[in-house]
Write a protein that binds this ligand. Structure first.
Ligand SMILES: [Cu+2]
Ligand SMILES: [Zn+2]
Length: 203
């Protein structure tokens, strides 16, 4: 009997869970696989069109492209929170260390996904929270993460951290730099992935 590669395993788990996911735009998105001996995870990025909020100057019929971030992790400590970021480089020659800092093309301070462009790094995806089985699964819509153009996140790295991200609201100078998220557990390069129009959203 062969030992199961955790990454292969999460991929099949993932594919099973996401078999019916719906994408509203088609085209391509991004996917990153992350793992250690015990942890395995997958983060998917999909373009999604949404109406521009009415409070802005548009007439309400214009659309903007957001990025839907979906994640699934297993093998983590139960009932724990972990910072999840996109780091600048897709360079894992020295493991997660060589992925650089949080992807921050606008020179902002660290924050939460909903903190706004001046108060978050583009790479700030907040925290994932595990259940009693050490599984964290979820999704959210991100206004800043882009899958095309100059500031694309394709080719960069998703990094999962040991500790909870304080979202810039904590103490010490690291709060506004890294959110005091601690060590890097694992990381994975975001590759281009096909998006299937026929699927349904899981979350
Ligand atoms: Cu990070
Ligand atoms: Zn950050």
């Amino acid at each position: 009997m062969t030992k199961t590669d955790p990454r292969t395993m999460v991929y099949s788990v993932h594919m099973h869970k996401y078999r019916h996911t719906q994408i509203r735009m088609g085209g391509t998105g991004g996917v990153a696989l992350l793992g250690t001996e015990t942890v395995s995870g997958c983060v998917i990025f999909k373009p999604e069109k949404r109406p521009i909020p009415p409070k802005s100057k548009s007439n309400g019929s214009e659309m903007r492209v957001l990025t839907r971030v979906e994640y699934y992790f297993e093998g983590l400590p139960p009932n724990s929170a972990h910072g999840l970021h996109i780091h600048e480089w897709g360079d894992i020659r020295n493991g997660c260390v060589s992925t650089g800092g949080h992807f921050n093309p606008f020179g902002a301070t660290h924050g939460a996904p909903d903190s706004g462009r001046n108060n978050r790094h583009v790479g700030d995806m907040g925290n994932i929270r595990t259940d009693r089985n050490g599984v964290a699964a979820g999704a959210y819509l991100d206004p800043l993460i882009k899958l095309t153009g100059k500031n694309t996140v394709i080719g960069r790295c998703v990094v999962l951290h040991e500790d909870e991200d304080d979202l810039g609201l904590g103490t010490g100078p690291e709060s506004l730099r890294t959110g005091n998220s601690g060590a890097r557990i694992c990381c994975g390069i975001i590759g281009i992935a096909p998006i299937d129009d026929e699927d349904d959203d899981l979350f």
